[in-house]
Each structure stands twice: as C-alpha cells, then as structure tokens.
Write a protein that binds this ligand. Sequence first.
Ligand code: ARG
Length: 590
Amino acid sequence: MATDKEIVGSVKEQLAKLFEESLRAAFPDIEDVHPMIAICNDSRHGDYQCNNAMSLWNKIKGQGTQFRGPQPVGKAIIDNLPASEMIERCSTAGPGFINVVLKKQWIAKSIERMLIDGIETWAPKLPVKRTVVDFSSPNIAKEMHVGHLRSTIIGDTLARMLEFSNVEVLRRNHVGDWGTQFGMLIEYLFDKIPNWEAASAQAIGDLQAFYKASKQRFDNDPDFKERAQKAVVSLQGGEEKYRKAWTQICEVSREEFQRVYQRLGVHLEEKGESFYNPYIPKALDLLNNKGLIQESEGARVIFIEGKKIPLIVVKRDGGFNYASTDLTALWYRLNEEKADWMIYVTDVGQREHFEMVFAAAKLAGWLPQNENDFPKASHVGFGLVLGDDGKRFRTRSTEVVKLVDLLDEAKSRCKLALEERGKATEWTAEELEQTAEAVGYGAVKYADLKNNRLTNYTFNFDQMLSDKGNTAVYLLYAHARICSIIRKSGRDIEELKKVGGIVLAHPDERALGLHLLQFAEIVEEACINLLPNLLCEYLYKLSEDFTKFYTNCQVVGSAEETSRLLLCEATAVVMRKCFYLLGITPVYKI
Ligand code: ARG
C-alpha cells in the first residue's frame, strides 16, 4: 500500500537516529555502535530507554578512559544528543539506563500529521523487498481441515502486514495436487463416470466421499490397484487423457477451496506441487553436483548433521516426494521469483521437514549460514485446534469439522444475538447480514490470532462470541462506539483535521496518544518475528487505553472537544488498520 507521502518511521527508529548521532559524537573512536532503543517496561521511568551505556562501558573500561563507570557514559550520551522536537528530557538510572520522556507536543503533532497524510505514513520499514508466503496449501481431494484454516488465517495476516510495510508478497497456495493417489482417483473417475469428459466437474459430487470410495476399491481390488498404478505413470508421462481427468478432479477441489477463501476474504495464488515437478531433476542435479546426495537403502538421500534420519529426495521406486518438491520450490522461489524471504505456514508437526529442507539448502549454498542474513527461509509453525474435551477438534460424529460449517455457525450465532438486541427492526436485512458476517468471521479469526501461534487453542463459540474480554466482538463494538461518539458530536471530522489542535494534557490522553504512535513498531515486530498475536495485544491494549481516556475525559461538550474528537478519530483509524491487517471487517454501528 504505497503512499506518495513520506513514511516517517517508527518512534524507535526516529529515536535511534538521534542516539546514533550522539553516540558518534560522544565516542568517536568506537566503531559500529548501534543504538539499542526499547520501550520502557515501567512507564513511570519514561517512555523509551537507550541501553548502550553498559556495553560501551565494558568496551572502554581499563583502556585509560576518563569515564568512571556506566552512569557517566550514559550522561555523556545524553549531553551529546542533538536538539530535537521529540525529546522532553532524559535521565540515567540504575547501572546506566537512559530513560527518555517524549514531548507531548511532538506526540500530538505526529498524530495530527497521520490524520492528514494517512496511516500508510506509519508503515514500518523492513529490510526485505519480496517475500513468498506459502500458506493454506490444502490437499486436492482431501478435507480442508481446521489446520488449514489456521494456516489460511495466520498466513493471510502475515501477508497483509508485510504488504502494509511495502514488501511485495507472493501469496502462494502450495496445494497438494500431485502424487500417487491421483492414479486411483483417475481410474475411479473412468469407472464411475464413463462420460466424464462431457460431464461437468460437479458430476464427481462430494470429492471426499469419492476419495474414500476409490481408496476402498484400491485396497480391496488388486485389478483396480494395478490399473491405478499404471494411471500414475501415464499421468506423469503427460498422457493427454490422464492430464485431463486430473485437471477435472483438481477443479472440483479448487472450487471448494475458493468458497472458503471467498468467505474469509483471503486471496491466494496457486502454484501447486505439480508446478515444480518439471524442475525437480535440475534442482536435484545441482544438489548432486555439490556432492550432497547419497545412496541409502535404495533411496537417494541427503544427510543432515544432527538428524538421525536423512532427507529422502528420490524414493526407492525412483519417484519424487514432498521433500524433493519443497527443495525445488525453494530453489525456484530464490532464483526464478527472486524472493529474499520465504515463509512457510504449517502446523508444528512439519517443523522437522522444513528444518531439513532449509539445512540442505544451506549445505548447497542456496541460503546463507547465518540465520539472520537474507535471503532467509522461515517456518511459521502453529499448534492444534482443540475441542472442549481438550482433544483434537472434531464434530460429534468424530469426523473432521468442515470449515464452511464453522463459519456458518459463527455467523448465525451472531445474527441471533443481533436479533435479540432488536436490530432486525432497526436495521435493513442487508445490514444485519453484513454485520453478522463481519462479527462472526472476525471472531473466528481473532480467536485464532490472539494466541501465540505455537500454543494449542480451544475452539469455543461461546468464548469467541462474547462481547466481554479480549474478543473480536468486544473490539468491533469498541470501534463502533467510537464512531458513534464522533457521529453524535455533530462536528465535521474532516474539517477538524484541517484545524488540528490535539492537546495531550490529561495523563490518560497522553498514554493513549503514545500508544497510538507505537503502531508502526508493533507491526514491525510482528512481521520480523512472524507473530500476529503481538498485533492483537496491541489492539486490545489500545481499546483499554481508549476506555480509560473516555471514562476520565469528557469529550462532547467539553472545552477540549476538538482535541478529544481528533483523538477519537485517530484511535478509530488505527483500530481499523489493525482490523484490516487481521483480516477483520470493521463495523460502524452496533
Ligand atoms: N499440503 C500440505 C499439507 O496439507 C502443506 C504444504 C505446505 N507447504 C509446503 N511448501 N510444503 O500438510
């Protein structure tokens, strides 16, 4: 989301610039000191702190320095700070921490400018240009289960945050559309629907049932099994009839996936496993030329230090597998797509697989040895979705839960709650429908995103749809309430923005203003660490800060009305951007 306005950079970054100058001026002989700036844990000490004094002292002590400890070092850093509109005062504390208090006029000005120039000017600056986010990635003809829902939701949020940070994102759906199961599916199609070529893709009907039936036949009918195995060879050999049947089967799944993506408002670009198939021999050649591939029990493998089992890249029957495809996809993303960050969103169960693939790529020199250097590959693992019984989430019939059903239920529960509150008469049918959808789907997404992704979480409709506590419902309502405060004031907010005049006199106003300003660095941290829950925590704290402000500071009808309405507007703008980044549609009335 590029903007023609200048991106201002986070508070941390702006402070770092000032401290960098001061470090250079105070310690000209010491090279490569990077300012270490952090938010103060205890706001009574200050807003930010600079933590360079201690390590600097350790460097210079015993070398004939005039300084007598880390505190004087801190003092020298403070004394050499260039004049700026940003800092009110600094002080040293403890063994040399420098506490920084920001000028509230500067905080107010920054918010006013954002209101005019747009929230895009608060985008973080990241050290990457192009990323591949490999997410969702369900398997053709198999159920798209809650694990894929997690991957879809988490991956979409990461993609949105990176896009907001002006990084180009290739949103990759690495669907499982290749492998031996297709032989069986194709033969079954030939048997069941003899006129399949003329029939529409829908003739297959429920693809999961189709899969199950063909598997049963495969297991019990040796004749069918043989035909299925031959079909794989024909398919991989590129025989027209088999390619066509395969395409048709994939199409049925694709339409089903698309329905889920559409509801979730998620956009993906498919490059399935089959796409990489023609490149596999070349990629394996490259690895082989580096002497990485060895023979082991009839298979061709790569041994990875510290791993008991090697990474199999060619199976005993000569076929390729999940790992050969992923190695090739990694090569393709690096060399053809020129990505500098490859991000893979799957359950933690696949961690080992990705560790081995990345390790092999390092051995080949495709990726740098140092984890922090670019190009970089990261596995974004996540935990299980549990039911109320603490076991893997299933329906009563112990079948996997259908995603579409989950979303339907979330929506219908929200609709009911709105009707109970009399909205059916107050709103148009369309408004009711749209709000139920926004709140229902938002609740499912938020319940997933708010936890650290590595932990398992319990799927519970009552909890996620509660209007109290850390839920999307609570947050969406909080946003709608702010919008209604502004509406009811009767003032034209666009006009107020031009006039400006935010004053952060009350401590709760200042706290809210500072938290608003920290948006950029939180998005940055969430991107760098690939942790969407950081953004959720920020959003929840924002609504808490707003509530405190609103409880203690009269807005409409007060002498500070203009300033406080602008603060309301800024809060609503930042909340909406958070919702957007979390893939949640905001609502404006409740
Ligand atoms: N299709 C796989 C599954 O359902 C996920 C693929 C993830 N991406 C990858 N490049 N391996 O488990």
